[in-house]
Ligand binder design. Structure first.
Ligand code: NAG
Ligand code: NAG
Ligand code: NAG
Length: 451
């Protein structure tokens, strides 16, 4: 018995070691922008166009040598709501951002600015950047609605605006807020964008080819009234956000993909085949109710934010704001507690993981921004508030349930496994929360592979 517990502890440590493999690539006390001159920066601050304390990064995307960051206009004083840093410039860990596509596009002096307040952007494999602009500014102070939300598509070769699609009035409802986006880009000429409405739960599908969109309704887009309780680093609050995280699988044999999705205030994960969504007649008819599938629950306290499916490994990465954690699930396996693992958790470096992406260089990127402090308290400009963490996908999933193991395990682990068999069976069936289970998940995987 004593030997067995000792062995368990050892193995536990071994399994846990592989987690928390991310490193901080960029960090900021306050966000800053690359103005043409220091004078222009100072006059922007004097005029109140730039209030550093009011600028918070929210979404990220990597394309080529650029890392894009969205900076929604929650409060006044955000001079540009989309910017980027150059990954090739390694001179600073706290780089100032260049506005994208230009300063002009963000000018609040225009009656109809090109860009108002995007939450997420997505680069596709066709060299385009899709920007989902809520077109609402000042939700935390003086709210101003510039018009219906819009989808902007830029050519990343020259940053030209290729397409602007303003959502038709009947696809925007009372309290609508579009904050998340997925792009189905297997065919560059016949691409589809999926925009999630968290405020009035719904999904808008946009066809690049037909240049039109339609709105899909489903009960699974709604928040769970029992999952609205958040407690993050001492700040307790209740949210009731609907459809939020969404991401796509690689194309299946049918040519369509699986759309994975979840409301923010929910611990459930769902799927639907894009063959249903892409057919306007079908997608807007009530007959498709049963085409939406329930994958399962992640367990208590596991409300998930952004999610991203790495097409290469089939691993779904998702953020867990209530736990200051990023976790993973390998989509080739059943959706159970044991098939999900912690990737990284930190009450210091990952307070409110806001976005997660994998780029085409097989690198995982995570952005954390302390959003609850920004909304309900005040960020302290003397300490690091925002971070972008990274690792190769391979490093990130090492020793987790999401690792794709090919080589046999070393003998020493097999021996421990023999001693531990009973213990482990007991442990793995009892875990209720993902946090508690995450180290054990590694264990059970070691065990199952041994057989
Ligand atoms: C960025 O760096 C990579 C490799 O370090 C290089 O291949 C590429 O040409 C650089 N790109 C730019 C735009 O400087
Ligand atoms: C909500 O969270 C608070 C703080 O963690 C906790 O004390 C409370 O019991 C929770 N309420 C519900 C209904 O889960
Ligand atoms: C869309 O779905 C409808 C209803 O099932 C079907 O009649 C129609 O052929 C479909 N259209 C396409 C283009 O597949």
């Amino acid at each position: 018995m004593l030997r067995a517990s000792l062995g368990l502890l050892l193995l536990w440590a071994l399994a846990a070691q592989g987690n928390d493999n991310l490193r901080v690539a960029y960090e900021w006390r306050e966000m800053d922008f690359k103005y043409a001159s220091p004078d222009q920066r100072w006059s922007a601050i004097e005029r109140g166009e730039f209030k550093p304390a009011n600028v918070i990064p929210f979404g990220l995307e990597v394309a080529g040598h650029r890392l894009f960051v969205t900076l929604p206009r929650w409060r006044a004083g955000v001079p540009a709501s989309l910017g980027y840093l150059d990954l090739n410039d390694t001179s600073s860990k706290m780089p100032a951002l260049k506005p994208f596509p230009s300063w002009q596009a963000h000018s609040q002096l225009e009656t109809e600015p090109e860009l108002v307040s995007p939450f997420r952007v997505k680069a596709d494999r066709c060299g385009r950047l899709w920007v989902l602009d809520s077109r609402i500014s000042g939700v935390l102070d003086k709210t101003r609605i510039y018009g219906a939300p819009q989808l902007l598509v830029y050519d990343l070769h020259n940053d030209d605006l290729l397409r602007r699609h303003v959502l038709p009035a009947d696809q925007v409802k009372q309290a609508s807020l579009f904050a998340n986006l997925a792009v189905e880009d297997s065919d560059c000429e016949n691409s589809f964008a999926y925009a999630a409405d968290l405020g009035n739960p719904g999904l808008v599908v946009y066809s690049w080819k037909d240049q039109e969109s339609w709105r899909v309704q489903h009960h699974f887009f709604h928040p769970d009234p029992l999952a609205g309780n958040f407690s993050i680093n001492g700040i307790d609050f209740q949210w009731d956000d609907g459809l939020y995280g969404l991401t796509l699988s690689k194309p299946l044999e049918s040519g369509y993909s699986t759309l994975y999705f979840h409301p923010l205030c929910s611990t459930m994960e769902f799927t639907v085949d894009t063959g249903i969504l892409r057919n306007k007649t079908l997608a807007t008819s009530p007959e498709i109710y049963r085409e939406f599938k329930v994958l399962g629950s992640r367990g208590s306290n596991t409300q998930a934010g952004a999610e991203f499916l790495d097409p290469d490994t089939g691993v779904l990465f998702y953020t867990l704001p209530n736990l200051n954690e990023v976790a993973c699930w390998r989509t080739a396996t059943d959706f159970t507690h044991n098939s999900q693992s912690r990737i990284y958790m930190s009450n210091e470096y990952l307070v409110f993981p806001s976005d997660v992406k994998v780029d085409d260089q097989k690198r995982l990127w995570v952005l954390s921004n302390q959003l609850p402090v920004f909304i309900y308290d005040e960020l302290y400009a003397g300490s690091i508030n925002f971070r972008i963490l990274t690792a190769s996908v391979k490093e990130a999933i090492e020793n987790t349930a999401c690792e794709i193991r090919t080589s046999p395990l070393p003998d020493i682990i097999n021996k421990f496994g023999d001693i531990l068999n009973t213990n482990i069976n007991l442990k793995t069936t009892s875990g209720a929360s993902l946090l508690g289970v995450s180290s054990l998940v590694g264990l059970s995987l070691l065990m199952s592979l041994r057989i």
